[in-house]
Design a protein around this ligand. Structure first.
Ligand SMILES: [Zn+2]
Length: 59
């Protein structure tokens, strides 16, 4: 039996997340804007570029 804290995603989807999510890439997946290093203290990963408006809906 495998215990998973949040069975929301399959393992495959979680691995995919590593490829595009700004938490791991440091960049907005939509416009490529760089997240500031101190952005990691934020709970949400909304894009720092106001013209982009990308919002993280995974958390
Ligand atoms: Zn963006």
């Amino acid at each position: 039996m495998i215990l998973q804290p949040r069975p929301r995603w399959t393992q495959e989807q979680q691995l995919e997340l590593l490829n595009w999510h700004p938490l791991f890439t440091g960049r907005c997946p939509q416009c490529g804007a760089e997240y500031k290093p101190n952005y990691t203290s934020s709970v949400h990963w909304d894009c720092p570029n106001p013209e982009c408006g990308w919002m993280d809906d995974t958390v």
